[in-house]
Design a protein around this ligand. Structure first.
Ligand code: HEC
Ligand code: HEC
Ligand code: HEC
Length: 183
């Protein structure tokens, strides 16, 4: 009983710790090792903390939950480079089951298609057919498949549970497609 409580406390504490670290942890431009601190123009640029602290917070990466920020209407990214195309939203989710001993991965089309068009992924990165792509974690870590974006421009690969989020007890066998529009 005591041990269970201690474990629960540890989990709560580590969640709190990451929440605290997550808030307001942006490097200033003069300390980021990228900008020249002696260049007077540095005072003209907006500090990352000023721009990002008003968005939905996250504990990892650049400390912004970009999907939440979009869904809360805090940002309104242009649907295409020239801004004239409305994005096509797809609602299906693909549950991928080749993940032992981790939880299954659910790939959600919706948040991805709120950010980008189908052509960003199909067919260059993924054939648009369930289980038609030999995805595995080694290739992802080497920057292929999901790893082309995650760890580069989207949330980092250290956030295992953001992708491995589906309990295997509920499903078994080959990948399945769920959500509105699934065949
Ligand atoms: C961006 C999403 C994403 C993240 C983050 C992620 N994974 Fe995966 N992982 C996948 C996908 C997709 C597969 C392949 C699933 C399939 O093909 O059925 C996979 C497969 C795996 C597998 C199965 C064996 C293998 O080699 O493919 C393991 C184990 C695994 N991941 C561990 C991890 C661990 C540990 C982390 C965190 C350090 C992690 N993953 C983070 C998406 C992710
Ligand atoms: C961020 C990348 C990405 C984007 C953008 C994307 N898809 Fe996919 N799509 C995937 C992945 C990953 C799979 C699963 C492939 C697998 O199981 O091997 C998939 C599977 C599919 C499938 C088969 C499963 C299903 O949902 O019925 C279809 C059809 C599909 N995509 C159509 C689309 C269309 C249409 C769009 C644009 C509206 C789109 N996709 C945008 C990554 C993407
Ligand atoms: C072409 C780029 C790209 C590829 C490829 C890609 N993603 Fe993403 N993904 C994004 C972007 C952009 C976001 C939204 C910004 C963020 O969360 O960092 C996102 C968000 C997500 C989210 C969070 C959804 C939410 O509601 O918070 C999950 C889960 C995810 N991706 C899983 C995957 C998996 C699994 C794969 C591979 C099967 C994959 N992604 C491939 C770009 C990509």
């Amino acid at each position: 009983m005591r041990r269970t409580r201690a474990i629960i406390l540890l989990i709560v504490l580590s969640a709190l710790a990451s929440a605290v670290v997550g808030a307001g942890n942006w490097q200033s431009l003069k300390d980021d090792g990228l900008h020249d601190p002696s260049n007077p123009a540095i005072g003209v640029l907006q500090e990352p903390g000023a721009a990002l602290s008003v968005l939905a917070p996250d504990g990892a990466g650049n400390k912004v939950d970009w999907v939440q920020s979009l869904q809360q209407g805090l940002i309104a990214p242009r649907p295409s480079l020239d801004g004239d195309k409305e994005p096509e939203i797809r609602e299906t989710r693909v549950v991928m089951k080749n993940t032992y001993p981790m939880l299954y991965v659910t790939f959600p089309h919706k948040p991805h298609t709120q950010w980008m068009s189908c052509e960003a992924c199909h067919d260059r990165i993924f054939v648009p057919q369930v289980d038609a792509n030999p995805i595995n974690m080694g290739k992802i870590l080497e920057g292929e498949y999901c790893g082309l974006c995650h760890g580069a421009v989207s949330f980092p690969l250290t956030e295992c549970n953001r992708c491995h989020n589906t309990n295997p007890a509920s499903l078994g066998g080959e990948s399945v497609v769920t959500g509105e529009g699934a065949q």
